[in-house]
Design a binder for this molecule. Structure first.
Ligand SMILES: Nc1ncnc2c1ncn2[C@@H]1O[C@H](COP(=O)(O)OP(=O)(O)O)[C@@H](O)[C@H]1O
Ligand SMILES: O=P(O)(O)O[C@H]1O[C@H](CO)[C@@H](O[C@H]2O[C@H](CO)[C@@H](O)[C@H](O)[C@H]2O)[C@H](O)[C@H]1O
Length: 490
């Protein structure tokens, strides 16, 4: 239990984090000057009893609406050796003197405390009252487990959140590595990554890693309201596996046939869609819902064209495709992955393709990401990802990868069809509309995060637009179309 001394800090916690947050990969408002307010906090007990461990919730007012971030920090009375890169800063505590404040995800005091909390062996403590639990923040367990942690490290790479990998053993001493994803941007509502993967595991699916548990809770938003959402998610970690992006990219670079793995990926995708439909239900896509989905696509086009004016030249084709999609035969709605691409899938030598990160597109509001959606969106996402692998190879100047891309895409669709019994190519107009929509999202994502890659989705828009102009929606190999518009060309 922690004693909390009511004292002054100079600089304050918000000031310290404000000067650090802009350089973090997960800070969304890149390029703008952060304006942080500390709106809430809760604590954990350091298992060693030496450091302060606090999760700060800060509201960033640099944009038009405040964005909330979770920032776990540790307070130490001396520098932590070897952790110079993870020091947020130092502050003068009016009672205790100088405090060294670290990015908690890199500090064993926080990572140890987090594991105890998520597995149900500890509880959250109040951020403002000594020795008092904070009942607003709780953990829940799917697979009861008490891992013994040997060490922890942060996963490096381009990520929207921060994942901590634990080298751990189970009660019998067998290796049982764990990954805890700490959600950075907080939103009011349940996180689809937790909800969907937990539902899949409870339904007996092994297409996702086993789930240990999650942490969720309420926080005050700073404007006299409260919000409720997930803070962290713990799963089995599959060590030594590569993600499908790396596997596919290598194959594309070497011009190696990728049709068999792509077919298996299609089958795994169909299996997950079927389990999600069974576990969480389906509903009819009414004409109103279809209109809303297409309006969303129009809005995405407008937003993308505002950031990449080159898109304006395709406006007629984009609008023609979206108009045609309104008359199509829309499949039922269900929960889907939502941001499906090769980087979200792992290749396990024992289990085959394993799907990850069901959070949906990070640039989309949570209220949209928790709604049932069209499974064709996931299919379109993966088709775009094969195109990205080809685009990355072409970027590197290794010649055209178009044949590789088409072969992988068709094999993926074949694998999906064989398992699902519903061929995405039978929804050619809709599939093109969802591909175009994904490419619009990618244009915005690339402009903001990797401007030198923006030509990959721009080229895809051009191809889809040319196809629409030619009146040939659906790739040449997408031969069977039962979309209403295509059955009746008059
Ligand atoms: N359970 C796991 N086992 C092995 N690797 C994982 C696991 N979960 C995530 N990873 C690795 O971490 C990366 C990022 O995970 P992801 O869930 O996509 O995080 P983010 O939401 O931050 O993008 C994945 O691409 C994968 O390489
Ligand atoms: O994995 P995240 O949830 O952070 O997804 C975001 O970043 C992805 C890039 O890391 C981005 O994916 C785009 O680039 C991929 C290659 O790096 C490619 O395979 C995807 O098809 C393409 O969309 C994703 O869109 C974004 O939401």
């Amino acid at each position: 239990m922690a004693e909390i001394l009511h004292a002054d800090l100079e600089p304050t916690r918000a000031q310290l984090v404000e000067s650090w947050i802009a350089h973090q990969r997960w800070y969304a408002a890149k390029g703008s000057q952060p304006r942080l307010r500390l709106v809430d906090s809760w604590r954990l007990d350091d298992p060693e009893g030496r450091s302060g461990v606090e999760t700060l919730i800060v509201a960033d007012g640099s944009g038009s609406t405040p964005v909330h971030y979770q920032v776990p920090v540790t307070y130490r009375d001396a520098p932590l050796e070897g952790h110079e890169d993870h020091l947020i800063g130092t502050t003068e505590h009016s009672v205790l003197g100088t405090r060294w404040v670290y990015d908690g995800v890199h500090d064993p005091a926080y990572t140890g405390a987090l594991m105890l909390f998520v597995t149900g062996a500890a509880e959250a403590q109040s951020g403002s009252v000594s020795d008092t639990p904070d009942p607003r923040v709780t953990s829940s367990q799917v697979r009861p487990m008490r891992p013994v942690v040997r060490s922890a490290r942060v996963l490096s790479g381009e990520q929207s959140n921060t994942s901590i990998i634990y080298d751990a053993t189970d009660e019998d001493g067998s290796p049982a590595p764990v990954i805890i994803k700490v959600f950075r941007m907080l939103a009011d509502g349940e996180n689809p990554d937790v909800v969907l993967q937990s539902a899949l595991v409870r339904a007996g699916s092994d297409r996702v890693p086993a789930v240990l548990g999650s942490i969720a809770g309420e926080w005050t938003t700073g404007d006299a309201r409260t919000a409720y959402g997930h803070f962290a998610f713990a799963q089995e970690f599959l060590p030594g596996v590569e993600d499908a992006w790396r596997v596919a990219l290598r194959a594309a670079e070497d011009g190696e046939d990728f049709t068999e793995p792509a077919r298996e990926l299609g089958a795994a995708t169909a299996e997950v869609h079927a389990t999600l439909a069974e576990a969480l239900g389906t509903s009819e896509t009414t004409p109103e819902v279809a209109r809303d989905l297409v309006s969303g696509m129009r809005a995405r086009y407008a937003a993308a064209a505002a950031e990449a004016p080159a898109l304006h030249q395709h406006e007629d084709a984009v609008m023609a495709l979206l108009d045609a999609s309104l008359d199509a035969n829309w499949p039922a709605l269900q929960r889907i992955h939502g941001d499906y691409h090769l980087g979200q899938v792992l290749r396990s030598p024992e289990r085959g393709w394993i799907l990850l990160d069901f959070e949906g597109e990070p640039l989309r509001p949570l209220s949209e990401r928790t709604e049932p959606d069209q499974w064709l969106r996931d299919i379109a996402g993966m088709l775009r990802s094969f195109d990205y692998a080809g685009g990355a190879v072409e970027h590197a100047g290794s010649g055209s990868a178009r044949d590789w891309v088409t072969a992988a895409q068709q094999a993926f669709l074949d694998g999906y069809t064989a398992t699902k019994g519903d061929d995405p190519r039978d929804h050619g107009t809709l599939l093109d509309a969802f591909e175009l929509d994904k490419a619009m999202y990618e244009v915005v994502y690339e402009v903001r995060n990797r401007p030198s890659w923006v030509d990959i989705p721009l080229a895809a828009v051009e191809r889809l637009a040319a196809r629409t102009h030619d009146g040939a929606t659906g790739t040449p190999a997408r031969t069977r179309h039962t979309d209403k518009t295509e059955e009746d060309p008059t």
